[in-house]
Design a protein around this ligand. Structure first.
Ligand code: IMP
Length: 420
């Protein structure tokens, strides 16, 4: 059984909560894309863990936590996270890192920063974790993979890459890198990571043949996908369902449930089109009620209404079998709630989502209004027991999205969730 949890919109939808729930009895949790640009917080026995790279399953004894080949790995960050896990009395023995995952090198981070500066007003608003430049090298075929850390060719690969990157840094008057220093630093990381590096494709396929339960853990989200998102304001990987296959080596026929996570409102960090954004008091209220500040960069998130047109697109692109809606309690604190049900493109009212900036700039969101004031719903355990106002809102979302709602977040805690 292979289930997928991925973000429906622009990330930060609270995927961690659904992943945690599914990971509780999973044999394996696996990250398939992105790197430490992601962030999720898990609270276990009162201890708060903020992971950026390590899959959630690490805290469950007996669950393997796999970093798949589609991920880009900053070994320094990974080792810091491993330390935090161990310092809190947990083990990292179940960590498995794909030998084919690409390494984020110090020059990738410097390049991310340089490129953002050069873009000026057209900046993407990246997390400056070196994600884009690492994927660039991967596709340009000069990348250094985790498995290379253990190879005799590692040193030469670093020297070659550093020489080429320094040519660029020199051109822009930036500090150059010393290959020997990087080699020394990364060899230290190799010593620590060696026991966890393996061919994770074999591991995953052995598990599939034994009918084990695997949860594929998305990072970022559908509208940040390099192909299907609002390019160029996207990340450099494939958070959509296709990324599961390429980023883990699990073929499409093995996938069972694909859950898309959204919030009962929406948010976005970084630049790019966002048709339901509320750059006003409502957006500010949502931000404060939902604590919408980045886990990774602490940036205040842009906030707005839920966009059912975009949700329908996420259902379509990912073949979602179910939707998870978080923060129903948060939106229920407002008196009135708006839901975007269509786009009005110069008088043509339709549900055709587009990532084309110029098209979206010409579109007006068409809203339906719902009554809020849901009251305290944190302990409700069944959708039918929710207040009428909440039910009406959810029913309409489901009708427009074209996929069933399977999870409803009713509060901050792990236990504040309705599972249908
Ligand atoms: P990058 O992934 O750091 O290259 O950033 C590219 C875009 O994706 C920026 O707009 C980031 O803010 C956004 N982004 C990357 N990771 C996340 C995430 O985990 N949640 C939300 N937005 C993200």
């Amino acid at each position: 059984m292979v289930n997928v949890v991925l973000g429906g919109f622009y990330g930060d939808e609270g995927k961690g909560k659904i992943i945690d729930y599914l990971a509780a009895d999973a044999d394996i949790t696996v990250r398939y894309s992105g790197g430490n640009n992601a962030g999720h917080t898990i609270i276990v026995d009162g201890v708060k863990f903020a992971f950026h790279l390590i899959p959630s399953g690490i805290l469950n004894k007996g669950t393997k936590a796999v970093i798949g080949n589609g991920v880009v790995v900053d070994p320094k960050v990974l080792i810091e996270e491993m330390k935090v896990v161990e310092e809190n009395g947990y083990s990292v023995e179940n960590l498995c890192i794909s030998n084919k995952a690409h390494l984020i090198m110090p020059y990738h981070i410097a390049m991310d920063r340089l490129l953002e500066e050069l873009r000026g007003n057209g900046k993407i608003g990246t997390t400056v974790r070196g994600i884009g430049p690492t994927y660039c090298d991967k596709y340009e075929r000069s990348g250094i993979r985790v498995g290379d850390l253990l190879s005799a060719k590692f040193e030469d690969k670093v020297r070659e890459n550093v020489a080429r990157k320094n040519d660029i840094f020199r051109l822009y008057g930036r500090e150059e890198f010393d290959a020997e220093e990087i080699i020394k630093e990364y060899k230290g990381y190799a010593e620590i990571l060696k026991p966890y590096i393996m061919d994770t494709v074999i591991l995953l396929h052995n598990a599939i043949s034994e009918n084990k339960k695997i949860v594929c853990e998305g990072a970022q989200a559908t509208l940040l996908d390099i192909d299907h998102g609002s390019y160029p304001f996207v990340t450099s990987s494939s958070p959509c369902v296709g990324g599961v296959c390429t980023g883990t080596g699990i073929g499409a026929k093995y996938l069972n449930e694909v859950y898309g996570v959204v919030k009962a409102y929406s948010s976005r960090v970084g630049e790019g089109p966002y048709i339901t954004e509320q750059k006003n008091e409502i957006g500010d209220t949502i931000r404060e009620l939902g604590h919408e500040y980045g886990t990774t960069t602490k940036r205040p998130r842009r906030c707005g209404w839920l966009d059912a047109v975009a949700l329908r697109y996420a259902v379509m692109i990912n073949g979602l079998t179910g939707i998870a809606i978080n923060h129903l309690d948060t939106i229920g604190k407002l008196d009135k709630i708006k839901l975007c049900v269509a786009y009005n493109y110069k008088g043509d009212v339709n549900m055709d989502f587009s990532t084309d900036q110029e098209y979206i700039d010409e579109c007006e969101p068409v809203y339906e209004e719902f009554d809020g004031n849901f009251g305290d719903i944190s302990n409700v355990k069944s959708r039918k027991d929710l207040p009428e106002n909440a039910k009406k809102y959810l029913d309409r979302i489901e009708e427009l999205a074209g996929a069933p709602i399977k999870f409803i977040g009713t509060g901050a805690g792990r236990e504040n969730m309705i599972v249908e």
